[in-house]
Ligand binder design. Structure first.
Ligand SMILES: Nc1nc2c(ncn2[C@@H]2O[C@H](COP(=O)(O)OP(=O)(O)OP(=O)(O)O)[C@@H](O)[C@H]2O)c(=O)[nH]1
Ligand SMILES: [Mg+2]
Length: 361
């Protein structure tokens, strides 16, 4: 197993509430198969163009990572190609930023051809500007003399290869899009309303799909378990409804992934409503809700009516409803949330009524 050192970065902002923890980075690193040997949080006023966290803190990070015996440092922010290279040189270690880490997890979760193509495209798009950067870097360092000829040619060849791959993948994904379009219009002809399950990764979307439609899709305590949308039919009182499970969202979702997954996220488009599933037991629930709303807006799905399910309520009130209202998540969120436990099948009738009402409108 790869020994990894985690580097959280927080930009100081006055008057802000408690800051995001390093917990999510731990989960991401763990899901990617890393063994965490140490961690540190670096506070900065603004990103530094050379090392992001500044020279002094980069030196301190180098020391800590070396002491911990790490072979890789994982950051929970995105680095520019130049910053990444500078850090790799300064630390003499492999440096991975947030996008690269998430792309790696997606690659591990992609079990279908469609999924693999989508992740492959995102990875190529991540790599391409980094190749270009590598060349500028070489040219600057070597003054354009000596290494320039072969180095330039090599990177040019690599670049052309990646560009060719990108256009091939785009074509293949275009075919998927058509295929899914046909499936979608078939479903639309059935005239059954569609409800899309959306939410932060690991919030319990697939578990809820299983509970609502009596299915057995794979739900795991693992980030980005689901990549491909899955549609299942269910009866909500006297109506038939199709539920679509979708890929989870995350804070700072890599734009390459949004692009690559657009063709599958289009499943949301014909939805009569979006059912947003939130993990009610997660301390970062406010952030998660904002991320989901922002992402839906980015995808231009913000016109679709929505309802909110506050999932995992069994974790909040282990001794019954009145026992632990002190940390009631509604205090953070406002009203309009239906509390459920998809796993323990609590509150499902109330949720069905909510779904039924929104469809009536
Ligand atoms: N305690 C509790 N755990 C739950 C509940 N719903 C889901 N879980 C657990 O949360 C974990 C994630 O559930 P999933 O249904 O896979 O979550 P998801 O939103 O589909 O996650 P991704 O597909 O990875 O984005 C699993 O271990 C579930 O068993 C719940 O109501 N209560
Ligand atoms: Mg899932």
């Amino acid at each position: 197993m790869e020994k990894v050192f985690l580097a959280g970065v927080r930009v100081r902002e006055r008057g802000r509430g408690p800051e995001r923890g390093i917990e999510e980075l731990r989960r991401l690193a763990d899901t990617a198969g890393g063994t965490i040997v140490g961690e540190a949080v670096f506070r900065i006023d603004r990103p530094n163009s050379v090392f992001y966290i500044g020279k002094g803190q980069a030196e301190s990070l180098a020391q800590q990572a070396a002491d911990a015996g790490a072979g890789t440092v994982i950051f929970d922010i995105n680095l520019k190609p130049g910053q990444q290279r500078n850090l790799e040189t300064a630390l003499s270690l492999k440096v991975i930023d947030r996008t690269r880490l998430i792309l790696d997890i997606f690659a591990r979760s992609a079990h279908t051809q469609d999924g693999r193509d989508q992740v492959d495209l995102a990875q190529c798009q991540y790599l391409l500007p980094r190749l270009a950067g590598m060349w500028t870097h070489l040219e600057r360092q070597q003054g354009g003399i000596g290494l320039r000829g072969p180095g330039e040619r090599e990177i040019e060849t690599d670049r052309r290869r990646i560009e060719k791959r990108i256009s091939l993948l785009k074509k293949r994904l275009g075919d998927i899009k058509k295929r899914r379009g046909i499936q979608r219009s078939r479903r639309l002809k059935l005239n059954i309303p569609v409800i899309a399950l959306c939410g932060y990764t690991n919030s319990g979307k697939t578990t809820l799909l299983n509970t609502l439609t009596k299915s057995s899709a794979v739900a795991k305590d693992r980030l980005f378990q689901t990549l491909q949308p899955m549609t299942r039919r269910a009866r909500i009182f006297d109506r038939d409804v199709l539920f679509v499970d979708t890929v989870g969202f995350i804070n700072d979702i890599p734009p390459q992934l949004i692009n690559a997954f657009h063709s599958t996220l289009e499943e949301i488009e014909p939805a009569s409503a979006v059912l947003i599933v939130l993990d009610g037991a997660d301390p970062d629930i406010g952030l998660h809700r904002n991320v989901v709303e922002e992402t839906l807006k980015q995808l231009k799905f913000d016109e679709i009516p929505r309802l909110y399910a506050l999932n995992k309520c069994d974790k909040l009130y282990p001794d019954g409803r009145d026992a632990a209202s002190a940390s009631c998540p509604e205090d953070k969120l406002g009203e309009g949330y239906i509390e459920i436990s998809a796993l323990q099948k609590i509150g499902i009738e109330a949720l069905k009524s909510g779904i039924y009402d929104i469809l009536k409108k």
